[in-house]
Design a protein around this ligand. Structure first.
Ligand code: PMP
Length: 461
């Protein structure tokens, strides 16, 4: 039991002790010793409006006092209808039925199951395999983990994962297929797309149920937007082989990338959008999926309108109250406009850091979802060994200095370097961005100093 802290919480890393947070104020989290942390990642890209917003807290408390729990298999509330309508109207035209869950993993699990029921009802019962992408994340339940590409988490659960197939998502900065971006785009011959078709044909299209992808890859790749035209090609393949296209907007939804959904920017109509995090701005466990009417028609015609699924806490009234109140704040505070204004400022400041620090090899992203690829040395294009946990180390330095970032977790295969996500609350101000950049710059200098020391040691050995 040596090294295990004497508290009762079973958290992810039993050998670590985390600061105890007492409250939050705007972009800051404050711990029991009064130390302030600038939340430069919106707490895993969920607290999109920052902390301590009283109107959201009050709406939740009001609802809890009236009726904290309503069994949604028997009853509904007006608030549930209002929230579904608001979300449906924010989504692309033909996606207008909203199914609620408590978290993003459940949302993706629901989408994978709905795709299978849709095919089964349409007389295609064999369609069961999902194609996902390496360098992507869709959640931690067995189904969503099987579809995702988080190598570390998947590894721990092999061989019990579902037998889902994977292709690489586009990462032109360091192409996993070893192609050159300009050449690839000019010839319109993209291996990241032809590999999808090859995989479908290898599996047999009659066996493939769904393709799932994040529009801008978050935690596993560090905010990488797709090259223009990629998703149009994916949509064509899904149409050709009757495959349900699921776009996972758990991280990107509700303004994070500068539009309500990032789907607007990739210019296609998915069959299902999944969402989470930002819908309640992290104030309550609330997530779900928005479903295209063609899937809904299928359910109505073939399954008597019944989706064979369900969770106790779907559409929980207190979570719904948080969602409605949060969406009000997004509108009231013109948050989308702020994202547009602040994102180019933040991106420019981070690109300045790239000029000064040889461990930053790329800065990219959309809106206020920005990723920074970290490597050992740009000049030699030397990647970190995954065990070095570079992003974690950099983030720990930043936490000492009073800011918290989102270290990327997807580099165990060494194909995409380490990365740090910078994703402050969407109502962040310029002054706060300056503070984020100041702390990050200082952290990078300390981090690079440590790298040089390690290198000197290696050489001396
Ligand atoms: N999909 C994406 C794109 C995510 O970023 C996450 C969470 N990081 C999930 C799904 C899973 O969501 P949750 O942790 O709420 O289950």
């Amino acid at each position: 039991m040596d090294g295990i802290k004497k508290n009762y919480v079973f958290h992810r890393d039993l050998k670590k002790e985390y600061p105890i947070i007492t409250h939050g104020e705007g972009v800051y989290l404050i711990d029991e010793n009064g130390k302030k942390y600038l939340d430069a990642c919106s707490g895993a890209v969920a607290a999109n409006l920052g902390h301590g917003i009283s109107s959201i807290g009050e709406a939740m408390a009001e609802q809890a006092k009236k009726a904290a729990f309503v069994h949604t298999m028997r009853f509904e509330t007006k608030a549930l209808h209002a929230l579904a309508e608001t979300i449906g109207k924010m989504a692309p035209d033909h996606l207008n039925k909203v199914y609620f869950t408590t978290g993003g993993s459940e949302a993706n699990e629901s989408a994978l199951k709905l795709a299978r029921q849709f095919h089964r009802d349409a007389g295609r019962p064999q369609k069961h395999i999902v194609i996902g992408r390496w360098q992507s994340y869709h959640g931690n339940t067995i189904g969503s983990l099987s579809a995702g590409g988080d190598v570390k988490r998947r590894h721990a659960y092999t061989p019990n994962l579902l037998n889902y197939a994977h292709v690489y998502s586009p990462y032109c900065h360091r192409c996993p297929y070893d192609r050159q971006k300009d050449d690839c785009l000019a010839k319109q011959n993209w291996t990241c797309v032809t590999d999808i078709e090859r995989t479908i044909l290898e599996l047999g299209p009659e066996n493939v149920s769904a393709f799932i992808a994040e529009p801008i890859v978050g935690s596993q790749q560090g905010a990488v937007p797709p090259p223009p035209g990629y998703f149009e090609k994916v949509r064509e393949l899904c149409d050709r082989y009757e495959i349900v296209l699921i776009i996972d907007e758990v991280m990107t939804g509700f303004g994070r990338t500068g539009t309500n959904f990032a789907t607007e920017q990739i210019g296609i109509e998915p069959d299902i959008i999944t969402f989470g995090k930002g819908v309640s701005a992290g104030y309550a466990p609330l997530a779900g999926m928005i479903v295209h009417e063609r899937l809904i028609d299928g359910l109505i015609q073939n399954s008597d309108g019944k989706f064979i699924h369900g969770y106790t806490y779907s559409g929980h009234p207190v979570a719904v109250a948080a969602g409605l109140a949060a969406l009000d704040v997004y509108k009231r505070d013109r948050v989308l406009e702020n994202v547009k204004e602040q994102s180019s400022y933040l991106l420019d400041r981070l690109l300045e850091l790239k000029q000064k620090h040889t461990c930053i090899s790329d800065v990219r992203g959309r809106g206020l979802l920005i990723g920074m690829e970290l490597i050992k040395d740009c000049e030699r294009d030397l990647l970190f060994n995954p065990s070095e946990k570079a992003a974690e180390t950099l983030n720990s330095i930043a936490m000492e200095l009073g800011a918290v970032f989102y270290p990327g977790t997807g580099s165990i295969d060494g194909t995409n370097g380490e990365h740090l996500i910078i994703s402050p609350p969407l109502n962040v101000t310029k002054k706060e961005i300056d503070e984020i950049v100041r702390i990050l710059a200082e952290s990078l200098s300390i981090f690079e100093g440590q790298l040089r020391k390690d290198e000197a040691y290696e050489i001396a050995k």
